[in-house]
Write a protein that binds this ligand. Structure first.
Ligand SMILES: [Zn+2]
Length: 76
């Protein structure tokens, strides 16, 4: 009887560890996707220079290389 309890506890512990490692793996995926997104190049709507999205300023759906170009707005 005690042997079955120990076995059951071991199985539960294994499942718990497996689920914990799986959830940690899932938790890392969105962060990697976000880092990829931040590193993706976007072009300034004013001067068309390319820069990483993480460094670009976003305003009204457009990206800008600097605060000055964000203020000047998209080039026409
Ligand atoms: Zn610019």
């Amino acid at each position: 009887m005690l042997r079955w309890l120990v076995l059951a506890a071991a199985v539960f512990a294994a499942i718990w560890l497996l689920r914990r490692s799986l959830s940690r793996h899932d938790g890392g995926r969105p962060r990697a996707a976000r880092e990829r997104e931040q590193a993706a190049l976007v072009s300034c709507a004013h001067c068309d220079v390319h820069l990483p999205r993480g460094e670009a300023l976003e305003h009204a759906g457009n990206f800008y290389c600097s605060e000055e170009h964000r203020r000047l707005g998209p080039a026409r």
